[in-house]
Design a protein around this ligand. Structure first.
Ligand code: FO1
Length: 314
């Protein structure tokens, strides 16, 4: 039996780094968001999958959280001189991953297989599975029109007002191989501290995933990515405000209503605990700011303990 984790990018990767040190990594099945995948220079980029893989492989750029540490940008510089657009920072070593992935996909290999190949070859012992092998793309509705996620987020620096978010292709996407079975057989389910709208939202939009989580036979624990009304990383707070959602840990808990048994909030938000418990969840209050490995492991240990405790009660 595995622990199944639903993951976006940087926040999830940091948490998973700790988790993979407190449980056997072979028992960790990570479901990754592919809604923010994109095609650049004809290459298939899977930013969230790569962020998780690079982090667990110990290769991630510590400053950005995405990309590879100490990467160089020679290829991007040359592309710029040729007049190509270079708003998406693709490092030379990172490009090798995208070239490898794209070549394998073009030869008919599924994204889930390529992801397993990349992670195994980089020394990652957990399973990292895209939510689907089918194409799903997050589209952000703004006053300037519908923008593909990376255009909204990187090219336009997340400055547009968010009027809505949709997941193009999600309604016809099939869950990746083994994904629903892993959720059904899991000993614990974890919603990583990721953006509930654009990171976990696309995973839940894949037909069958939400239902499997609702029918879970094990405890599910979520960690709030919002602390003190601010996002730990990325545009979650602005997005939630644009969508007229309550920008707080309770707002995140509300999105996960019916899917989660224990909700982890930061000490700073302790006063929200009673109103979150009204949603039918137990609340765990602790430090959720992962400033170093000690904090990552402490948070992971607390989540694992919450799963064990809740399994004993259920
Ligand atoms: N994020 C940025 O803010 N600027 C970039 O130029 C950028 C490049 C990039 C390249 C590869 C990759 O895997 C991720 C990259 N990211 C970049 C991060 C990415 O856009 C976001 O973190 C995720 O899509 C949101 O989870």
């Amino acid at each position: 039996m595995s622990t199944v984790a639903l993951a976006g990018g940087i926040g999830a990767a940091r948490f998973l780094e700790g988790l993979a040190k407190v449980i056997p990594p072979e028992k960790l099945f990570i479901i990754g968001n592919t809604g923010d995948d994109t095609e650049i220079y004809g290459l298939h980029i899977s930013p969230d999958l790569d962020t998780v893989v690079y982090t667990l492989a110990g290769l991630a750029n510590p400053t950005h959280g995405w990309g590879i540490a100490d990467d160089t940008f020679g290829c991007l510089g040359s592309l710029g001189k040729l007049g190509a657009e270079t708003w998406f920072q693709l490092g030379d070593r990172d490009l090798a991953t995208h070239i490898f992935r794209t070549e394998r996909l073009r030869s008919g290999t599924k994204l889930s297989t390529v992801t397993s190949e990349i992670s195994a070859r980089l020394g990652v012992r957990c399973t990292i599975r895209p939510m689907s092998d089918d194409r799903v793309r997050t589209i952000v509705r703004t006053p300037d029109g519908n923008l593909p996620f990376q255009t909204y987020f990187v090219r336009r620096r997340a400055r547009d007002k968010v009027l809505g978010v949709t997941f193009d292709g999600a309604s016809k996407a099939r869950p990746a191989p083994g994904l629903l079975q892993e959720i059904r057989r899991a000993s614990g389910i974890i919603f990583c501290p990721s953006n509930p709208i654009i990171s976990v939202g696309p995973i839940l939009a894949v037909p069958g995933v939400r239902k499997a989580l609702e029918l879970r036979r094990c405890p599910a624990v979520a960690i709030s990515p919002i602390v003190g009304g601010r996002a730990l990383k990325g545009p979650a707070a602005d997005m939630m405000a644009g969508l007229k959602l309550d920008v707080s840990a309770r707002g995140v808990a509300k999105i996960y209503e019916g899917l989660v048994d224990v909700f982890v909030i930061d000490r700073e938000d302790a006063d929200l605990a009673p109103s979150i418990e009204e949603l039918g969840m137990k609340v765990l209050v602790m430090n959720t700011i992962m400033s170093g490995m000690a904090e990552k492991k402490a948070l992971a240990r607390a989540v694992v303990r919450a799963i064990q405790k809740h399994s004993a009660v259920a």
